[in-house]
Write a protein that binds this ligand. Sequence first.
Ligand SMILES: Nc1nc2c(ncn2[C@@H]2O[C@H](COP(=O)(O)OP(=O)(O)OP(=O)(O)O)[C@@H](O)[C@H]2O)c(=O)[nH]1
Ligand SMILES: [Mg+2]
Length: 330
Amino acid sequence: MCTTCGCSKGAGTVITDPETGERIETPAEGKSGAARKPGSWRQLAGGGAGVSVAAHLHARAHRHVHETHVHEHHHAQTPVALDHPATEQSPIPPSEVAIAAATHGTTIALEQDVLAKNQLLAEHNRGWLASRHITALNLVSSPGAGKTTLLERTIRDLQALRSTQSIQVIEGDQATLNDAERIRATGCRVVQINTGTGCHLDASMVSRALAQLDPPSHAWLMIENVGNLVCPALFDLGEQAKVVILSVTEGEDKPLKYPHMFRASRLMLLNKVDLLPHLRFDVERCIAYARQVNPSIEVLQVSAQTGAGMKAWYAWLEAAALAEVGETVR
Ligand SMILES: Nc1nc2c(ncn2[C@@H]2O[C@H](COP(=O)(O)OP(=O)(O)OP(=O)(O)O)[C@@H](O)[C@H]2O)c(=O)[nH]1
Ligand SMILES: [Mg+2]
């Protein structure tokens, strides 16, 4: 359940492979009836490329930020807090959690519990992906910002360039196989997660989808999250980075209104720039707002429709993939 908004209470998740028609249903939490066994960590680890995931998870030192102090650990690939949602990478500053905890008591404890459990699963996903040298990105945006259009063009452009790069996609939507069908039409492997009333993907859904997708070594995995600028910011899926897509039709103030998402993202793709001549949208101001909430956010201006700016996005992808391989092969 998303304790932030209670969205997924009462609805199960369905993961569909549009190619085979195979469906894996998981009932909502608290509902009776056994779920089909999800793609567990053990299952995923068994299909790995032979690199020790445990070794990978122990590969790098990192710092945990707790409510009152920061200290160093040596037990995970990237900075995480299994006992607290507020980490260096987390969109929730520790001070806000501390204040909320003081005022809301057990509600926050529950939310911490859900997020801590998710964080643990996300680290499992990350270790498994790293063992296959897979570059995984979590594409987040409000509904209709252009995530699927961007993926369609990215896949087709790279195919036209005769790239041998394997791209695989996990689609997240509350309902329909529409986006999965659009991706499948490009010839790319895809599975669709339908979250029912849920407003975001979580790490356990992605773990099950990965078991179904079984992406090959060195693939690029694109995870299109449910269209929502709020809750997906809180849930680490095990990705290398979040990429937030903001379309110019949404208004330049969105980074200020939804700061957690922009703080959690490494790259902002400002999409639909082909529409700028028809809108009152101040690009420079929008970028300044994004950097106000996240000084290190990278920004690229693109049009997924016309293709403008897309070469810079492909270069960014290559760099992210090289960084992933450099990190995991070492
Ligand atoms: N003009 C213009 N339209 C675009 C661009 N990118 C996407 N669109 C249009 O925006 C609409 C939504 O695009 P989608 O790719 O479905 O958006 P999405 O973010 O995947 O939407 P959800 O999955 O429903 O959240 C479609 O009508 C697209 O044709 C762009 O760069 N320029
Ligand atoms: Mg979409």
